[in-house]
Ligand binder design. Structure first.
Ligand SMILES: Nc1ncnc2c1ncn2[C@@H]1O[C@H](COP(=O)(O)OP(=O)(O)OP(=O)(O)O)[C@@H](O)[C@H]1O
Ligand SMILES: [Mg+2]
Length: 330
């Protein structure tokens, strides 16, 4: 359904702190396809470009270079009508649920506005019916408890549900959910994750689930794929079980080792976190090579200088030129 082809994104950094204009390279050579009712998890640490990818997919940001194809058509070059179709078909659920809703509009007003966009000139009765249907679907019931409240009168989890309902109003084919549960209490997270699962199963909506948390990624994309990012590069992409249980890229291995294990009998079985240091490559000063090289215990000098091709191991794409040196997890 959706194809990202060789996406690059850089931002110009201007201002009195910079003598000359610099560019921060935030996304580099990003290739990804998303199938019709697939759920794909995108994980990576803060600042690695996850939200930027979400914005590029939804058309909020134009990439510096590269193409976004929806059903084979470039979203930036299509006719006006197709562009508005695209905006309906691909919805974005933002990281910050509070900022995403208009604070001076009630939930009723926010949702009805979306329903009216989906169906122009909809009758009052039908609108009410659709509102009840949507709120029921996302579990905001009884609806009279919520419908005339303002965003600040709802909990974080309830606001996320409102965002889901608003996205659903437009009958989307793909929803990009940017850390939808990161601001929600751990005990309530599962309910939102179950809702995403239900939308995928019953309405056949594809999801790009953006997170920095491997546990929720595993839960949501249980049979699907995971895309691991490090500073704008996809370092590993493939079946989620293969990636999480047999991580191949040194960064994925470090990420999986860093997950806290509650069971003491398993604690420490993977040894120390395999990183050399905490030094991060500066986005303005990186060359073609691997961004993880300064922290990678297996890196050689060439790693930070050359273009790194992908290698495929057990169906997983890995961006590492020294993969033979990296220990195999069995
Ligand atoms: N408009 C912008 N201008 C300049 N730099 C930007 C802009 N938007 C994002 N960036 C930079 O791009 C990088 C990636 O940002 P992004 O928001 O995509 O990260 P993220 O992976 O979503 O992080 P988090 O997990 O904290 O949400 C960051 O270093 C950020 O500072
Ligand atoms: Mg983000």
């Amino acid at each position: 359904m959706l194809e990202l082809k060789n996406i690059n994104m850089s931002f110009a950094l201007k201002g009195k702190f910079f003598q000359t204009e610099k560019r921060a390279v935030v996304i580099r050579d990003f290739d990804l396809t998303i199938g019709d009712d697939e759920i794909i998890a995108v994980v990576g640490e803060s600042g690695c470009g996850k939200t930027t990818i979400g914005k590029i997919v939804t058309g909020l940001l134009a990439p510096t270079s590269g193409e976004v194809l929806f059903n084979g058509e470039n979203i930036r070059r299509t006719k006006r009508n197709n562009k508005s179709d695209y905006r309906r078909n691909v919805q974005f659920i933002q990281q910050d649920s509070y900022a995403a809703l208009n604070p001076v509009k009630t939930i009723h007003q926010s949702l009805c506005a979306a329903i009216e966009i989906a169906e122009k000139g909809i009758s009052k009765e039908k609108k009410q019916q659709r509102l009840e249907e949507l709120m029921g679907f996302v579990g905001l019931t009884p609806i009279e408890h919520f419908v005339f409240k303002y965003p600040h009168q709802l909990s974080g989890g309830q606001r996320q549900r409102v965002l889901m309902a608003r996205a659903l109003a437009l009958n989307p084919k793909l929803i990009v959910a940017d850390e939808p549960v990161s601001m929600i209490d751990v005990s309530l997270r599962i309910a939102i994750l179950k809702l995403i699962e239900k939308l995928n199963r019953e309405l056949k909506i594809a999801f790009i689930y953006i997170t920095h948390d491997l546990a929720t990624a595993k839960y949501i994309a249980d049979k699907g794929r995971i895309c691991v990012m490090y500073l704008g590069d996809i370092v590993e992409l493939g079946n989620i079980d293969e990636v999480l249980f047999h991580p191949k890229h040194p960064y994925t291995q470090a990420l999986v080792t860093a997950v806290p294990v509650p069971d003491p009998s398993y604690r420490g079985t993977r040894g120390e976190i395999p990183v050399k240091g905490m030094e991060m490559t500066k986005l303005t000063e990186r060359g073609r090579g691997c961004s993880f090289a300064p922290r990678c215990p297996y890196a050689t000098e060439e790693c930070s200088q050359e273009d790194i091709p992908y290698v495929e191991i057990n169906g997983v794409k890995v961006k590492c030129r020294n993969i033979e040196e990296v220990p195999v997890w069995t």
